[in-house]
Design a protein around this ligand. Structure first.
Ligand code: TEU
Length: 584
C-alpha cells in the first residue's frame, strides 16, 4: 500500500513538473520532418486529353506525352499525375471507367503505356495513376452483368434499392439534371445509386468480392511499376446502407453527409494491407471534409495513405448556396490566408498536405486567383507559382500553368463539353433562372477553362494537334506558348523552373516551419519558413496596386533569393503582384 502511494505521489510530482515545463514553453507541436520522396517532390499534373495529340484525332494521347518527355524533364518536376487513361466511354472524360486494366484506344494501348512509363523512369520521374474507386462506367462488365438480374454474381457489386419497397430515400447526385441519385432499372425492378452521373453507378464497397477485385487490379498496376495513385472521390466509397433520411441541415452539403461513411477507414486500411504496403507507392486522396476528417487519411499511425487534398481553399469565394458562382467582389485574402494557416497546422505533427491552385476540375489559376489582363498576366502567374512552391505541403502543379495559360471564357453553352456545366445549366434553365448570369459566372469557374489544349507554339492549333481539337485552343496561343517562353530567360516558364530549383536547394521550403506573418494585411500573403536555423520570408502581393507589408521582420540585411521583378525592396513595399523570397 505504502509502496503504491509513493508511486502515486511520484507520478503526481512528475506530472506537475511536466505541466510547468510545457506551460513555460510556447505551445508548439514538433514539425514532422521525416524525409520521404513524395514530400520533396513537385507533382506535375497532365490531363492527357489536352496535352499533346500524336495522331491528329484532336484528342491528346500517350504517344503525344512520350514526344514531350524531354520538355517535362526540363521543368525539374519529380513526378507526374496522369488523369484516367483507362477504357471508358469518356462521358466524364475518363472518370467513367469501363475497364480498369486496359487503355482507352484514343489514348493508345498498353504497349504505348509501357514505353511511356519507361521513358519517365529513365528520366527519374515517377508516375502516379488516377484511381476512380467510388464508381465505374455503366458500360463496365460488372454493371452490364449486374443490371441483368438480381441473381447475377455482380448484382451486389453495386448499391440497389428494390422497387417493392417503394421510392428510395432521397439521395442527391452532382451530375444529374434532376439532382436525383437513384436510377430505375427495369430488368431487376430496382434502382441503382449514382452520386455522380447516371452513367457512373456507385460501387458497393460493402461487398468483399468487389474489394478483392479492386485490390487485384491495383496490384496489377503496381506490378507494372507505377509509383503511386491519386484516389478520386475516395471519401465517398463507404455509405450508410441503412439509407437514413437526410437531415434538414443537409442543404446540399454532400461533403458532410455522404463522405466518410462508417467503414471508410476500415476499407482504406484493408487496401493498405492488401496493396499499398507491399509496394513503394505514394498515395494522395481527394478527401472531402474538415481538418479532423481529412487528417484521418494521412495520419501515419493509422496506416492508410500519404497525402490528401481538401477543398476548403479551392472552393473559396463562391456565393453561398450557389454552385461555383464567383462572388463579383472577388475573394477576401485575409480569410483565405486563415484557411491555409489552419491546414498547415493540421499537419504539424502527423500527416502531410498538398498545395494546389488548379487541376482538371478547376479553372486556370491565373484567371481565378491572379489577374489575366495583359499587363499583369506574367507577374501574377509567377506570384502564384511562388505560392504553390513555397508552402509546407507537396505541390501539385497543373500543366499549362507553367506558361501562364488563362481561362478561355466561352460565351455560349454550346461551346462547353463538361458534364458538370451542362447539368448545372439545365438545372438553372429548368428553374427559370438567370442563364446569362450563370454563363458569366462560369467564365471564371467552369472546368472546361482548365481543359483547353496545351499551348506549345505558334503553329496551327498551338502545336497541340493537326486535327480539330476536342475543345478549342485558347486564341491567345499566338502570344502565350511554350516555344516563345523557352527563348526568354524571364518568361513565366523559366520562372517556374527557377522556383522548382530554389525549392530543391532549400530544405526549409520543404520541411521548414510555416508561420503566417502580417495576417491582417488585406493585400499581401506573407509567411516565413524556418528549418535548422535557416529562415526564409515569402512576400506575395495579391493586388493590382502597390502594397506595403509590416511583418515586424527587419529586411535590411536580407538576401533576395527570387523575385518576379528585376529589383526587390528591402522595406516591405511591394509592386503589383510582386513576389519575393528573402533569406534572413
Ligand atoms: O471529382 C470528385 C468531386 O468531388 C467533383 O465533384 C468535384 O468536386 C467537382 O468536379 C468540382 O467541380 C472527381 C474528378 O476529379 C472529376 O473530374 C470527376 O468528374 C468526378 O470525380 C467524378 O468521377
Amino acid at each position: 500500500m505504502r509502496f503504491q502511494s509513493n508511486i502515486v505521489i511520484g507520478l503526481l510530482f512528475a506530472a506537475v513538473l511536466f505541466s510547468c515545463k510545457t506551460k513555460n514553453k510556447p505551445a508548439e507541436a514538433a514539425i514532422s520532418t521525416e524525409r520521404k520522396w513524395w514530400k520533396e517532390a513537385t507533382v506535375y499534373q497532365i490531363y492527357p486529353r489536352s496535352f499533346k495529340d500524336s495522331d491528329g484525332d484532336g484528342v491528346g494521347d500517350i504517344k503525344g506525352i512520350i514526344s514531350k518527355l524531354d520538355y517535362i524533364k526540363s521543368l525539374g518536376i519529380d513526378a507526374v499525375w496522369l488523369n484516367p487513361i483507362y477504357s471508358s466511354p469518356q462521358k466524364d472524360n475518363g472518370y467513367d471507367i469501363s475497364d480498369y486494366e486496359n487503355i482507352h484506344p484514343q489514348f493508345g494501348n498498353m504497349a504505348d503505356f509501357d514505353v511511356m512509363l519507361k521513358g519517365f523512369h529513365e528520366r527519374g520521374i515517377k508516375v502516379m495513376m488516377d484511381m476512380v474507386l467510388n464508381h465505374c462506367s455503366d458500360e463496365h462488365r460488372w454493371f452490364q452483368e449486374a443490371k441483368k438480374s438480381r441473381n447475377s454474381p455482380y448484382y451486389n457489386y453495386f448499391h440497389w434499392w428494390p422497387a417493392e419497397k417503394g421510392e428510395p430515400p432521397y439521395r442527391w447526385s452532382i451530375f444529374d439534371e434532376k439532382a436525383y441519385g437513384w436510377e430505375f432499372n427495369k430488368a431487376t425492378n430496382s434502382y441503382y445509386l449514382h452520386y455522380f452521373a447516371d452513367f457512373q453507378p456507385d460501387l458497393n464497397w460493402e461487398n468483399p468480392a468487389l474489394r478483392q477485385d479492386i485490390y487485384k487490379m491495383m496490384r496489377m498496376w503496381c506490378d507494372k511499376g507505377v509509383d503511386g495513385f491519386r484516389m478520386d472521390a475516395l471519401a465517398f466509397i463507404s455509405k450508410d446502407t441503412t439509407w437514413p433520411p437526410l437531415p434538414k441541415e443537409y442543404n446540399g452539403n454532400w461533403g458532410l453527409y455522404y463522405a466518410s461513411g462508417p467503414q471508410l477507414h476500415d476499407y482504406i486500411q484493408e487496401m493498405n494491407r492488401e496493396v499499398l504496403s507491399k509496394y513503394d507507392v505514394a498515395t494522395v486522396a481527394e478527401a472531402m471534409g474538415d481538418v479532423t476528417r481529412v487528417k484521418k487519411f494521412v495520419d501515419e499511425d493509422r496506416k492508410e495513405l500519404n497525402m490528401a487534398y481538401h477543398f476548403e481553399a479551392i472552393d473559396f469565394g463562391y456565393l453561398p448556396g450557389e454552385y461555383k458562382m464567383p462572388n463579383p467582389k472577388g475573394y477576401d485574402l485575409v480569410e483565405w490566408k486563415k484557411v491555409y494557416n489552419k491546414w498547415d497546422s493540421a499537419f504539424t505533427d502527423k500527416g502531410w498536405g498538398t498545395m494546389y491552385l488548379a487541376n482538371h476540375d478547376q479553372p486556370r489559376m491565373l484567371t481565378r486567383w491572379g489577374n489575366d489582363a495583359a499587363e499583369f498576366r506574367e507577374y501574377s502567374s509567377k506570384m502564384l507559382t511562388t505560392l504553390i512552391l513555397s508552402m509546407r505541403a507537396t505541390p501539385y502543379y497543373y500543366f499549362g500553368d507553367e506558361i501562364g495559360m488563362s481561362n478561355i471564357k466561352f460565351d455560349k453553352v454550346e461551346q462547353y463539353n463538361d458534364v458538370e456545366l451542362l447539368t448545372n445549366y439545365a438545372q438553372v434553365k429548368a428553374k427559370g433562372g438567370d442563364l446569362k448570369r450563370f454563363l458569366e459566372g462560369m467564365k471564371i469557374s467552369s472546368r472546361d477553362n482548365g481543359r483547353t489544349p496545351m499551348q506549345w507554339d505558334t503553329t496551327i492549333n498551338s502545336g497541340f494537334s493537326n486535327g480539330k481539337p476536342w475543345l478549342p485552343v485558347n486564341g491567345n496561343y499566338t502570344t502565350i506558348n511554350a516555344a516563345v517562353q523557352e527563348k526568354d530567360p524571364n518568361s513565366v516558364l523559366n520562372y517556374f523552373r527557377k522556383m522548382i530549383k530554389l525549392r530543391k536547394e532549400n530544405e526549409a521550403l520543404i520541411y521548414g516551419k510555416f508561420t503566417l506573418a502580417d495576417a491582417a494585411n488585406p493585400d499581401v500573403f506573407a509567411y516565413s519558413r524556418e528549418l535548422n536555423g535557416k529562415k526564409l520570408l515569402v512576400l506575395l502581393n495579391f493586388k493590382r496596386i502597390a502594397a506595403k507589408t509590416n511583418t515586424g521582420i527587419n529586411l535590411s540585411k536580407a538576401k533576395v533569393l527570387i523575385s518576379n521583378y528585376t529589383t526587390a525592396s528591402l522595406d516591405g513595399s511591394l509592386k503589383p503582384y510582386e513576389a519575393v523570397i528573402y533569406e534572413l
